[in-house]
Design a protein around this ligand. Structure first.
Ligand code: NDP
Length: 399
């Protein structure tokens, strides 16, 4: 049916590429393009032989001209950006120049200010509309499935949603005292930033890890979870009418937090360059180099992830609670695609987002967050491609 150019060949991309190849009815042809071409070639060698034709290319996604040349050569229906958030704008520029649809999983973040927000990408709305192409922002799990869950809850279960609590629990154990489950630089920037939530029309800021709750997660057990800022709060606050409060909680074990505090205290999580033996180095980037590669965690990680959204609102004049969630098993993911569940829960929705565009199920020119599309076809695909969702009408609420 269509052609997809996938940029990046890390943990998330590897899962998305496995899934594109499984979904060969939609993905006739894919091109895997990244900075390190050998990784793309290794994945092609592993997956070649099915119905999806695979090619590879080397590209520096910070370079718009290189991207334009590659897009003009491969002529994809959609570019699936699975590089890092720093590349979002250059890839969007190349998509604009070539009138090609765009999908990503994380919003743009300037390299030198650990602050992620949608304003840079929302600034492309008119240009994408005029060019007649679609940009689908945030098609991972969170953001991604959490936005689809919100749109689905609003469409089928509520007249008005007033409260959303997004809960992200990783009950997996990789056996290392400290490692991050996805790109360490992105992960540590996210969790060492101040927390915030949306309430009554404005942001409320907290100190990092200031708000803690203990919550029971089906399939995992009781866990400590902490309030974080998270990017989908910004778009859901705009797109869910009647919303009063949106919070995001993520679980962390004590060992992770103790290591992180120590690394912070000695300056290892800083993104300010320092002089080291005549070179400039960024401590956080150096830390990334010494930590285990997230891709290597797959075989060692056991346990489950549990991610979901608790909704409170009104239906037919009555108060209503509703919970939508997914439970995913690290070892099952590893057996299927050779990755742990964090990459899996992001890579599957990334493939589905690209498939929504290729099949024309989601097609409106402009720049949109995922909850702005009809959630139903995406919800069906989640069940089909390995992330079945469950629902509860009597969830345990977070105070
Ligand atoms: P990885 O670090 O594993 O992979 C990133 C890939 O991008 C690598 O292959 C890297 O190449 C490539 N890359 C980086 N810079 C460039 C460049 N300038 N040009 C070309 N390729 C480049 O990251 P993950 O797979 O863990 O994460 C991918 C994305 O998914 C990130 O944006 C992350 O924020 C997002 N994410 C979203 C989640 C969600 O639920 N929405 C959850 C988890 C992640 P090389 O191999 O040479 O380093």
């Amino acid at each position: 049916m269509g052609r997809c150019l996938i940029i990046g060949c890390g943990g998330v991309a590897s899962v998305a590429i496995h899934k594109c190849v499984q979904n060969s009815e939609v993905f006739d042809e894919i091109c895997i393009a990244s900075r390190t071409k050998s990784k793309c070639d290794a994945l092609k060698a592993k997956l070649d032989g099915g119905k999806t034709k695979i090619s590879t290319a080397k590209v520096d996604a910070d370079n718009v001209d290189e991207l334009i040349a590659l897009i003009n050569e491969f002529k994809p229906d959609v570019v699936l950006n699975l590089a890092l958030p720093y590349q979002d704008l250059t890839i969007m520029d190349a998509c604009l120049a070539t009138k090609t649809n765009y999908v990503d999983t994380a919003n743009y973040e300037p390299l030198d200010t650990a602050k992620f927000e949608y304003k840079w990408q929302w600034a492309y709305r008119e240009k994408f509309k005029e060019a007649g192409i679609t940009a689908l922002l945030g098609s991972g799990f969170d953001p991604g499935v959490t936005g689809v869950f919100s749109a689905y809850a609003l469409k089928h279960h509520f007249d008005e949603i007033n409260y959303i609590d997004i809960l992200d629990c990783n009950g997996g154990d990789h056996g290392y005292p400290f490692a991050t489950n996805f790109n360490p630089e992105i992960n540590i920037r996210e969790v060492s930033a101040k927390g915030s939530y949306w309430e009554d029309g404005h942001w409320v800021e907290t100190e990092p890890m200031e708000i803690k709750r203990v919550h029971y997660f089906e399939g995992v057990g009781e866990k400590d979870m902490y309030l974080l800022h998270h990017e989908e709060i910004e778009s859901l606050a705009l797109n869910i009418p009647g919303i009063k409060r949106i919070r995001f909680f993520m679980t962390f074990g004590q060992s992770y937090l103790t290591h992180l505090k120590c690394l912070e205290n000695v300056g290892m999580t800083s993104i300010e360059p320092i002089d080291f033996e005549g070179h400039k180095i960024v401590p956080l980037q150096f830390l990334k180099a010494v930590l285990p590669d997230p891709a290597s965690l797959g075989p060692r990680t056991v346990g489950k992830t549990h991610i979901g959204c608790i909704f409170r609102g009104k239906k037919d004049g009555k108060d209503k609670d509703y919970y939508l969630y997914n439970i995913c098993d690290h070892q099952e993911c590893y057996r299927e695609v050779g990755s742990q569940a964090i990459s899996y829960t992001t890579g599957v929705p990334a493939m589905i987002g690209a498939a929504m565009i290729i099949t024309g199920k989601w097609n409106k020119p402009g720049v949109y967050n995922i909850e702005e599309f009809d959630p139903d076809p995406f919800m069906d695909e989640l069940n089909k491609w390995g992330l079945p969702w469950q629902e509860s009408f009597n969830p345990t609420l977070v105070d």
